[in-house]
Design a protein around this ligand. Structure first.
Ligand code: PLP
Length: 358
């Protein structure tokens, strides 16, 4: 009998582990999950009721596509249903992008640091990542435009950016989109759209109408608090949306997830009051951390970036011991999700105690 084993594709060797090792909660006392940009609020009673009712039908497959959700989103966004694709989270749609739009050897331009899924999606397709460093923590759109070559098939643009929370705004974004060749796909990742309060916030759904190379990505994970159920969607012109739908995992959005998303759309008013509270807490947290002497850029998301440089890991470790589980980017900074006001109070106090020179 031969002892050889099946060999995975060589491209997988270059793929970094995506899911970071979760910080360890302390053995005693409460802990707060501030490392995945989750919503601190549990599901609304009306959403939980929809989840419970749908869960009773778990012996049945869901539809191949979540058609009722697609129709509800189409009405909500005022786009035809053919402009939509859905998936198990926006990461599910990134898999559709990889399969439908990227070929081995293609170049994909994106900023770095940005959403950690990007190098994985690109390498998985056998495509080549072209990472353009942020300039002062913000997308360097001139450098990104200059990085586009005849081999570029896509640009991934996270607006506002994860992990820095920073944004470029609609005017700059439109100037950039005008410079991208029409045969290059632009994925505008708007995972934090609902937290974006600048008057110059772009709206990818509005922008897609006259840009056949634009795909706007949104999710129910953040503002709608459904991270655990995995529902995301993309909006694009029909040809692009159809190509993506062809690559969707059949039944990839469960009945429970679809019903929860539908109930969340019905309860949007209540959910967006929560988003307002998170935005107010974001500003309170930023003001406090800045007053302590930390460099914290303005954020348009539900998290803040603390430029702690070489001390980032040590600071995250200390916070972790106090039950505040944040994400360290070694040598660079900390990404801290805006949590409940209780968690934010504890964070302000703990970071204040750990501030050098205090
Ligand atoms: C920029 C960005 N895009 C997409 C996602 C993934 O969202 P989903 O839960 O919809 O897969 C995240 C999650 O953190 C994110 O930060």
């Amino acid at each position: 009998m031969s002892h050889t084993a099946p060999t995975p594709r060589a491209e997988l060797d270059g793929i970094p582990a995506y899911v970071p090792k979760p910080p360890k909660p302390p053995a005693e006392g409460p802990s707060y999950r501030l490392f995945l940009n989750e919503n601190p609020y549990p599901p609304l009673p009306s959403v939980l009721a929809a989840i419970t009712e749908a869960a009773a039908q778990t012996n049945h497959y869901p539809n191949i596509f979540p058609d009722r959700l697609t129709d509800a989103l189409a009405r909500r966004l005022d786009v035809p249903p053919e402009h939509l694709t859905t998936g198990p989270g926006s990461v599910g749609i990134y898999q559709q992008i990889g399969q439908a739009m990227l070929k081995p050897g293609d170049e994909v331009v994106y900023a770095w640091p940005s959403f950690e899924a990007y190098p994985i999606v690109v390498r998985m397709a056998g495509a080549v990542p072209v990472e353009v460093p942020l300039a002062d923590g913000v997308h360097d759109l001139d450098a990104m435009a200059a990085a586009i070559t005849p081999r570029t098939s896509a640009v991934f643009l996270c607006e506002p950016n994860n992990p820095t929370g920073t944004a470029v705004g609609a005017a700059e974004l439109k100037r950039f989109l005008d410079r991208v060749p029409s045969d290059v796909l632009v994925v505008l990742d708007e995972a934090y759209y609902e937290f974006y309060r600048s008057p110059d916030a772009p709206d990818g759904v509005a922008l897609h109408h006259d840009r056949p190379n634009l795909l706007a990505l949104r999710t129910f994970s953040k503002a709608y608090g459904l991270a655990g159920l995995r529902v995301g969607y993309g909006v694009a012109r029909p040809a692009l949306a159809q190509a993506l739908r062809k690559c969707a995992v059949p039944c990839g959005v469960s009945r429970v997830a679809e019903e929860a998303a539908l109930a969340s759309l019905r309860a949007e008013h209540e959910l967006f009051e929560r988003v307002d509270r998170i935005v107010a807490e974001r500003e309170r947290l930023r003001t406090a951390l800045t007053a302590q002497g930390w460099a914290v850029p303005p954020s348009e998301t539900n998290f803040l970036w603390v430029s702690a440089g070489a001390g980032s890991e040590a600071l995250a470790g200390e916070l972790e011991r106090g039950g505040l589980l944040v994400r360290a980017f070694p040598g660079d900074g900390l990404r801290v999700t805006v949590g409940s006001s209780e968690a934010n109070d504890l964070l302000i106090a703990a970071v204040g105690r750990l501030t050098p020179g205090r």
